[in-house]
Design a binder for this molecule. Structure first.
Ligand code: PLP
Length: 462
């Protein structure tokens, strides 16, 4: 796309119609879900505290009038065809570009440190990613037998991978530093550049992986709609493209179990199997982002291997409700995991004495799975308490994520966050709603205290 040189004009000149049409903030292209455009919104679990959305502007500039034989009059431009002198455009575009560059220069991609004088956090409902390893988990880490993971010598990593492959009913597994790297390596393995991945419009791969799939995997993501982060087999069928040389080749169907922005919802097993069956009919692969898969299994009573049987690849995060400090395990066939290893190496995800972290994950499998039911019960108690506050609309939680809408109180999400932070309580903001997450470090006794602090911060009495 060439940006043609244009004659000079004053910075305050209005845009011609042709320019107006082609200068468009990119976020408008995202349908329905209002999250990314919200300045202080948190669209994932990263702990950036001051986030600013910088609009990306696409400038498709027409050639200046009379510059060459290709210049055509624009029927929609009131200045066209009336014998008026074309206004100079260079300065206008220059000013626009400068205006966009300024906030970029001021923005830091790095997470911000908490202010020095911030009161200590007493109740952390921000995310289940912020759990701290328990003393028993740290003890297990200290006792771990270690080796060189990327050399295949770390017995604790092997023990974790074998255990996870068995739990998920897959042939093989690989230990990865993060869930984001699992998604990236899985998509790189399943797809070629230019192919299409079908995923929900609120999916983590679309919103919270830093554009990795445009930058690294080269796939495009077709966003599907549906309540609470889920879609149906009919939705998938309706999204099937004709196999022509014009359409992007569709290659992979991705689901999140549980859904994050979708509200911690649990996909019913029949629906998971039904969407995967459409993918199989089409010859596509299937991938499950199981960041909180065991929350879904505990809430539904479905065994992990049954839950993921229809999916070619699946990963589980140990840094969410399971409370480990690092690690996720990606599972699939021998051939798939072997191919993933090449990407793991390329992405810098191969480890050395990784067993120290794998030991924390093994400890979590032994001690932190059944207790996820406590987090779910606490989430329900929190939702019930919040529903009593006038002006607060609460979504009934399936698992450990409680989303609530406070527009009816006249207090903004940012104000609520700030007031709660002053009281030593943290919650997150997602797509204009507040998210409160229950986990290992939030015992039941904290729930009534959290409810009354939120009530007070919303000006509805203590
Ligand atoms: C649904 C979902 N997928 C992927 C991730 C990324 O996991 P990680 O933080 O381990 O990279 C998250 C993190 O919050 C998530 O909620």
């Amino acid at each position: 796309m060439a940006i043609a040189t244009v004659p000079d004009r004053g910075a305050n000149m209005p845009l011609a119609a042709s320019e107006r049409r082609s200068v468009r903030p990119a976020w408008r292209a995202i349908p329905r879900w209002p999250g990314p455009g919200r300045a202080a919104g948190d669209i994932g679990d990263a702990s950036l505290t001051s986030r600013r959305t910088v609009p990306v502007v696409t400038v498709v500039q027409t050639k200046p009038k009379g510059s060459d034989a290709h210049a055509r009059p624009d029927k929609n431009d009131p200045a066209e065809g009336k014998g008026e002198a074309a206004p100079p455009r260079n300065a206008m575009l220059g000013a626009m570009v400068q205006a966009l560059e300024r906030p970029r220069a001021a923005f830091s991609w790095a997470p911000q440190r908490p202010p020095r004088n911030a009161p200590p956090v007493r109740i952390n409902l921000y995310s289940d990613t912020q759990t701290r390893p328990t003393p028993a988990m740290k003890d297990a880490m200290m006792r771990a037998e270690l080796g060189d993971e990327q050399h295949g010598d770390d017995p604790t990593v092997w023990a974790l991978c074998d255990r996870m492959a068995a739990l998920m009913g897959k042939e093989a597994a690989v230990f990865m530093p993060s869930g984001t790297m699992c998604n990236t390596a899985a998509i790189l393995t399943h797809c070629q550049k230019g192919e299409e991945v079908l995923a929900h419009e609120t999916s983590h791969i679309l919103h919270s992986e830093g554009g990795a799939h445009a930058a690294l995997t080269g796939v495009q993501i077709l966003p599907l709609t549906g309540r609470r982060g889920m879609f149906t087999a009919e939705d998938v069928r309706a999204a099937i493209r004709p196999r022509t040389r014009y359409a992007p080749p569709q290659r992979l169907l991705e689901v999140e179990q549980t859904t994050n922005i979708g509200g911690g919802a649990v996909w019913p097993l029949e629906q998971l199997n039904a969407v995967a069956a459409v993918a199989r009919e089409q010859g596509w692969a299937t991938h499950m982002d199981g960041a909180r898969l065991l929350n879904a299994c505990v809430a539904s009573g479905v065994a992990p291997a049954d839950m993921v049987a229809a999916y070619d690849s699946v990963w589980l995060d140990f840094t969410k409700g399971l409370g480990a400090p690092l690690g996720a395990v990606l599972c699939g066939s021998h051939a798939f995991i072997s191919a993933v290893w090449r990407w793991k190496q390329r992405l810098g995800g191969s480890m050395r004495q990784g067993g120290i972290c794998a030991a924390a994950c093994l400890h979590a499998l032994d001690h932190h799975v059944d207790r996820l039911a406590d987090d779910h019960a606490n989430a329900k108690a929190l939702a019930r308490g919040l529903a009593q506050i006038e002006g607060v609309a609460v979504e009934e939680p399936d698992t450990n994520l409680v989303f609530f809408d406070i527009r009816g109180t006249g207090v903004s999400v940012e104000e609520l966050q700030a007031r709660l932070r002053d009281a030593g309580i943290m919650v997150s903001a997602l797509g204009g709603r507040v998210r409160a997450c229950t986990h290992l470090d939030v015992p039941a006794a904290m729930i009534p205290e959290a409810v009354s602090a939120i009530r007070e911060a919303l000006g509805r009495g203590a």
